[in-house]
Design a protein around this ligand. Structure first.
Ligand code: SF4
Ligand code: SF4
Length: 333
């Protein structure tokens, strides 16, 4: 158990699917040889196959105190990193259209906006994903080299690149498939929760760049932090697939869209846009209580009252959304 734990809350009602976070992370951390296919932060459309394909169905995590390793995803599942023929098109004057190579068949955002594929009842929403910096990380337990560790001062899970031998047991064990193998270095790599930025008092790049302002960052055990308030006080944010047993520290405010309307403009109260069963699949049965709480907060404001929880979720300024304490980590170094 770490002394403190950094956490992130993402409000799924505000995600635009613009991938600004993905690119911010990509340019900062995975712009090197061997990292072409890696997206430490990705935003996938749900329902959908995700990245890597079917990651939520192949296994990993814990069951009855035992690790549940899954098969390794293949490069086809991630989608090969493709390049474009810019050289030929722009500099050699060849008149081919700009084309990717190899021809893509899957990718990090491959099924964008496809959604439920049900013509009459189609729905979708965006799900941004990073490593959850779990409290009980399956990746860490699975590593025979003890190359993965949780930083005592802030709970961030990192891989010691000197110790890692590229065995990939961590990838099999992580139920979120948030560790990637670098074939050039022969080591595994993952999201580092931007700890070099946090240590300087700057928030994670994905959060800083997000135009939807849906990410909240802070220390879970700090009563003043927005993540503490959203997760532990207002209880309106939940981890993804809690039954996988890793105790994730990335939490989501579930989509609580208004009901659909029929052809005559009547509200279809019993028929929510995103089926409850699907939200239960993602966030567990507690999601029902969260939606009830969110609706109660909404009602409060509609009746002229003030909702602290919704004011926080609006998150107008960085001071509201982030509480990054550089002094905390510096003291411990
Ligand atoms: S999400 Fe996966 S890689 Fe990240 S700490 Fe949890 S088990 Fe490890
Ligand atoms: S930058 Fe923000 S709004 Fe855009 S995809 Fe990422 S999380 Fe969603």
């Amino acid at each position: 158990m770490s002394k403190h734990q950094y956490a992130m809350v993402m409000d799924l009602n505000k995600c635009l699917g613009c991938q600004t976070c993905t690119i911010a992370c990509k340019k900062l951390w995975t712009d090197r040889d061997g990292t072409g296919y890696m997206y430490w932060n990705n935003v996938e459309t749900r329902p959908g196959l995700g990245y890597p394909r079917q990651w939520d169905r192949i296994g990993g995590g814990w069951k009855d105190g035992l690790l549940q390793p899954s098969p390794l995803p293949t490069m086809d599942d991630y989608g090969h990193a493709w390049e474009y023929n810019y050289e030929q098109r722009l500099y050699e004057g060849k008149k081919q259209p700009v084309m990717p190579s190899p021809e893509p068949e899957s990718g990090v955002n491959w099924d964008e906006d496809v959604g439920s594929m049900n013509e009459d009842e189609n729905y979708f929403f965006y799900l941004p994903r990073i490593c959850n910096h779990c409290t009980h990380p399956a990746c860490l337990e699975a590593c025979p080299r003890k190359a993965i560790y949780k930083r005592d001062e802030d709970g961030i899970v990192v891989i010691d690149q000197e110790r890692c031998q590229g065995y990939r047991y961590c990838i099999k064990a992580c139920p979120y498939k948030k560790i990637y193998f670098n074939e050039v270095t022969g080591k595994s790599e993952k999201c580092i929760f931007c700890y070099p930025r946090l240590e300087k008092g700057q928030v994670n790049a994905c959060a800083a760049q997000c135009p939807g302002r849906l990410r909240f960052v802070g220390i879970l055990d700090d009563p003043e932090s927005p993540v503490h308030k959203l997760v532990l006080v207002h209880k309106i944010a939940l981890p993804l697939f809690p039954e996988k047993g890793t105790q994730p520290n990335v939490f989501y405010v579930p989509p609580f869209n208004p009901p659909k309307r029929d052809n005559y403009g009547k509200s279809i109260q019993e028929d929510p846009r995103v089926p409850l069963d699907y939200l239960i699949y993602l966030f567990g049965p507690e999601v029902k209580d969260v939606i009830v709480r969110l609706e109660a907060e909404l009602k409060k404001t509609q009746e002229g009252g003030r909702s602290e929880a919704l004011q926080l979720l609006i998150g107008r300024d960085a001071e509201t959304r982030y509480r990054v304490r550089p002094q905390l980590v510096q003291i411990q170094l």
